[in-house]
Design a binder for this molecule. Structure first.
Ligand code: DSN
Length: 448
């Protein structure tokens, strides 16, 4: 109340700004998560929430696609923007009351364009799968041929796995990695492209630990007249920070990324493209594929793009890569076989079958028991099935977000290797869990 005279004086000079700031302030107050209320209305869910928070604090998160969202992101996801329908795009919506939703979506689009040096941005995809589906359905016709990486070599389900709807709608053809080097086999890729004349060539991967030159894809695509699409969901944050190459700089037509992995934003998708594809992409996202965008997610993405443009984020991204190289070296020195022999980005794939004689499912379960969260992972041309594959996939984005550095990577590699050697010995696992918790106690998670 003491501020009322000042607020009134300010209102005389800048009414719009003051209304916006007062309303924003009041919203923040009224939307603050109320644990006591949740405890009264749904103690079961509150118990699961506090359990999950404790799990995240006490364990080391090694799944390379997971991260800790910026605290600002968690605030915005639980904000009043959750309540708002906003079908359409800024200035062209189907419902009233859009002054603030238009403002945040315009900010999100402009910040995304600046961050990734893109001509056009669509910030509405609800997550990674609808994001990629919107690109295919917007730029291609059913039955068109798309050239993409084989799933077991690092591709993603939405890159045409037969079990995905996209795999049924489009004719996906494959390229793979070279079995001797582990790198993408560009000669074979070019041959498949010449034979099959795809309408689109897709690069970008979920479990490929190496970097590559986007110009190589562009050359092949130009030769056969294909659209170029890079799904950089895993490394979006590393590209935003300019510590990895940006496919748009190489003239790619479309780039997609999720916003919740290395970018540390809300769960969601982002499509960036050349202006010539903007109309088709926008129409494909809405009304083609989705209804109302999640405006709490759009607000959180806008803030994420602002934070990702800071020097602090650049340092974070550089540390993610330095940590990954240190972890890969420490694992290799313990005779762990890594697919491709190492990493150029944030992730690596451990061949647990060859290194320890245990499959990825058993390895994942053992690592869970000592407080290290990983995911079982197929390796190239894996002889074992996906639910019991030959390896596990790990990465450093979440470790780095809690401030863990190269000095800790040797201990983390030691805990991994000793856990897999222990082969289920409960006494050994209990001691290893203590070592994990010694690390997590030293590195609390910001905002959790
Ligand atoms: N689920 C993501 C990953 O873990 O890589 C991709 O969709």
């Amino acid at each position: 109340m003491i501020y009322q005279p000042i607020a009134w004086a300010a209102f005389q000079c800048w009414p719009g700004v003051v209304i916006f700031r007062l309303e924003t302030h009041n919203m923040t107050q009224s939307q603050t998560p109320d644990r006591a209320r949740l405890e009264a209305s749904d103690p079961d869910i509150l118990a699961a929430l506090t359990g999950e928070e404790a799990r995240q604090r006490a364990g080391l998160e090694l799944i390379p696609s997971e991260n800790y969202a910026f605290p600002e992101v968690l605030t915005l996801l639980g904000s009043a923007f959750t309540n708002k329908y906003a079908e359409g795009y800024p200035g062209r919506r189907y419902y009233g009351g859009q002054e603030f939703t238009d403002a945040i979506e315009t900010l999100a689009r402009n910040r995304a364009k600046a961050l990734f040096r893109a001509e056009h941005a669509n910030v509405q995809p609800l997550s990674g799968s609808p994001m990629n589906q919107a690109v295919y359905l917007g730029l291609l016709e059913p039955g068109d041929t798309i050239l993409a990486m084989d799933l077991s070599h690092g591709g993603h389900l939405t890159h045409g796995a037969p079990v995905s709807h996209m795999g049924r709608i489009f004719n996906f053809v494959r390229y793979k990695t070279d079995p001797t080097t582990g790198a993408i086999d560009f000669a074979a890729l070019a041959n498949v492209a010449r034979e099959t004349r795809p309408r689109m060539i897709v690069c970008g991967y979920s479990s490929y630990p190496r970097d590559y030159d986007y110009a190589d894809f562009k050359r092949v695509a130009d030769e056969v007249g294909a659209i170029t699409m890079a799904d950089v969901s895993h490394i979006g944050g590393l590209i935003a920070a300019d510590v990895m190459r940006n496919p748009l700089d190489a003239g790619f037509d479309v780039m997609t990324t999720t916003t919740h992995k290395s970018l540390r934003g809300p769960r969601g998708g982002l499509i960036l493209c050349k202006e010539q594809f903007a109309k088709a992409i926008d129409a494909s996202v809405f009304p083609g594929l989705q209804g109302g965008p999640h405006m709490n997610q759009v607000a959180a993405a806008a803030t994420t793009f602002k934070l990702a443009a800071t020097p602090a984020f650049r340092t974070y991204a550089a540390n993610v890569m330095t940590n990954a190289r240190a972890l890969a070296a420490a694992l290799t020195s313990r005779q762990v076989r890594l697919v491709t022999g190492g990493t150029d980005n944030h992730l690596m794939v451990l061949d647990t079958m060859q290194s320890f004689g245990i499959d990825g499912a058993k390895a994942q379960a053992a690592l869970d028991r000592v407080g290290l969260t990983t995911n079982k992972q197929v390796i190239p041309d894996d002889p074992l099935p996906p639910m019991r594959p030959s390896g596990v996939r790990i990465g450093t984005p979440a470790l780095t977000a809690r401030g863990i550095g190269t000095g800790e990577m040797d201990e983390i590699a030691a805990i991994i290797a000793e856990t897999l050697v222990a082969n289920g010995d409960a006494g050994a696992e209990a001691k290893l869990r203590t070592r994990t918790e010694a690390l997590t106690a030293r590195f609390p998670i910001d905002g959790l």
